[in-house]
Structure formats: structure tokens, C-alpha cells
Design a protein around this ligand. Sequence first.
Ligand SMILES: [Zn+2]
Length: 110
Amino acid sequence: MISQNGVDYEQILRLYRIAENKGEQILILAELTASDEETIIEVLKDHGVFNPEDIADSLRTCTGCGRKYIARDRRGRAVCPQCAFRRRKQRENEKKKKKREEKRRQEDGR
Ligand SMILES: [Zn+2]
């Protein structure tokens, strides 16, 4: 039996089958196997266990890139993890830039 980070496919399939919230379960399985949602969905598809309707309720459309993704919670703005990460980096960079400019202004004022 081939395994994904020590968790074998039998286990993945079993945990998915018994899950009530299948969308959430895909996220959990992705964490458990240190992979990602796409990989888990591929495994499920390969074994004929995946039905897109099962996760339809968990899907949201990202307002950043338009990609459909499995949402961990349905509150707040719909942003996929990749876009959320990119935005966080962007904000950090802007903060750093502001700090640099601030410093330069102070030095010029002396
Ligand atoms: Zn996105």
C-alpha cells in the first residue's frame, strides 16, 4: 500500500467516507498528510470516491483570483489561502517601505 506521509490511502479513503463535512475533511486530510487539497482530491478521484457535490457547500469563489477553494469558515471576505498569503506579504512589504521612508525623512530633517 502506497502511503502519503505515513498515512496510507486506505485510511484517507476511510476517513473521507465517514466524514459528515467532506469539504472540511479534505482540509484535515491535507494537513494530516502534509500535502494539499488538490492532492487529496486527486487520490479520492483515483479511487472513485470523490463526488464534487459532496463539497459544493464548502466551496467559495476567491475574490482575488476567481478560483474556487474549500473555505474553512464562511464568514468574512472570500479569499483563497494563496491570495491571503500574497496579501499578507504585500502588506508586510508596504510596512517595511513606509518605515524606510520614515527613517529617511528623519535623517533628512536633522
Ligand atoms: Zn485567490
